[in-house]
Design a protein. Structure first.
Length: 85
């Protein structure tokens, strides 16, 4: 049995009390990442139970390109290929 298997939740909670205040946000995100991925709003499917999480994800992603707006250019001409037999 590995030493990690012998660790109890009480021991982990005791160690958490020693974490400096400035790292609590990071620690919290780590703990959440160990739970089911579906609990993370960024991992949910569009139209799922938490549409707000999906909308927030889209807003954050678009926000990273707000200074360089996306535009669709004309498709151009398709190349001529040999006919199938």
């Amino acid at each position: 049995m590995s030493s990690a298997a012998k660790i109890t939740k009480e021991q982990i909670k005791s160690e958490i009390d020693k974490v400096r205040e400035e790292y609590l946000g990071v620690l919290y995100r780590i703990v959440l990442s160990l739970e089911e991925p579906a609990r993370d709003p960024r991992m949910r499917e569009p139209g799922g139970a938490d549409q707000t999480g999906w909308n927030q994800f889209i807003s954050e992603m678009y926000g990273s390109t707000a200074d360089a707006p996306l535009e669709r250019r004309p498709e151009g001409l398709a190349e001529t290929r040999l006919a199938l037999e």
